[in-house]
Ligand binder design. Sequence first.
Ligand SMILES: Nc1nc(=O)c2c([nH]1)NC[C@@H]1CN(c3ccc(C(=O)N[C@@H](CCC(=O)O)C(=O)O)cc3)C=[N+]21
Length: 301
Amino acid sequence: MPAQILDGRATAAAIKDELAGRVATLKAQGIVPGLGTVLVGEDPGSQWYVGGKHKDCAEVGIQSIRRDLPESTTQEELLEVIAELNANPECTGYIVQLPLPKHIDQDVILEAMDPAKDADGLHPMNLGRLVANVNRPMVSPLPCTPKGCVVLLERNGIDLSGKRVVVVGRGVTIGRPIGLLLTRRDVNATVVLAHTGTVDLAAELRRADVVIAAAGVPHMIKAEDLKPGAIVLDVGVSRVDDGSGKAVVTGDVDPAAADVAAWLSPNPGGVGPMTRAMLLANVVEAAERQAATTQVEAGTA
Ligand SMILES: Nc1nc(=O)c2c([nH]1)NC[C@@H]1CN(c3ccc(C(=O)N[C@@H](CCC(=O)O)C(=O)O)cc3)C=[N+]21
């Protein structure tokens, strides 16, 4: 029996409907959530992602603020834009689209953001709160892609308690943080973090109840490496030539995995839309935190 599909588009659409209601509640309290995006350079993929975020915002009633800067922007100039968004009251949360050009130090930029406005959950303070396990919606944001993976499984009724999860890839946006979410008591999975230095990845994959493929290597996860009945999340995104000179989005998982897995998140159509929905959720949560603080200060809580 072919794998059941973890439909990220449908799950994200349901979440966006719920968020639209929360945005309306905030607006009734006089708070308008606003997402800022900072894009440096002209990479078509990055431009497409940023455009998508603004469309998503419009759909749920979040205002959006866009800062598109040329490739030649210096680190100092970018830091000025960060300072402006930190101070801008209309911007309740923002993201800096990654990757940044090579002449800019990503860590310096992320650290300069106001952690309370970090819609991606990638500020070192917020990642630190995740490590310290003090990270709850009313405290600070979670990174969007890891959160999107966990919510996609949850909303499809998949319980990870006691399951052996193999994460492939150690990048900061997914591979590194996701194990911290999956090993919380409320999720309760056991996690192996595999990477390019892993000896015999196939052996690790064969023992995995759940595979989270986030390496960014097209079709590296083969059907024959999977345990029959595995749950497979295809997170990696690559753009490859389809043979006619057209670039198509390709995941890390060979499509033949659908014959072996019990559940499969397709790519596109799986974790990507969930990442976008979680960004919106982070913006709404940040505005809700702001609303709660304002009420406490006004003595109306
Ligand atoms: N600061 C920052 N935050 C990010 O969250 C971030 C980033 N930088 N840099 C790039 C990666 C990648 N990423 C995706 C978001 C949505 C889809 C997505 O929605 N994809 C659709 C369509 C794919 C297509 O057709 O191109 C899908 O999977 O169905 C994919 C990938 C966010 N990232």
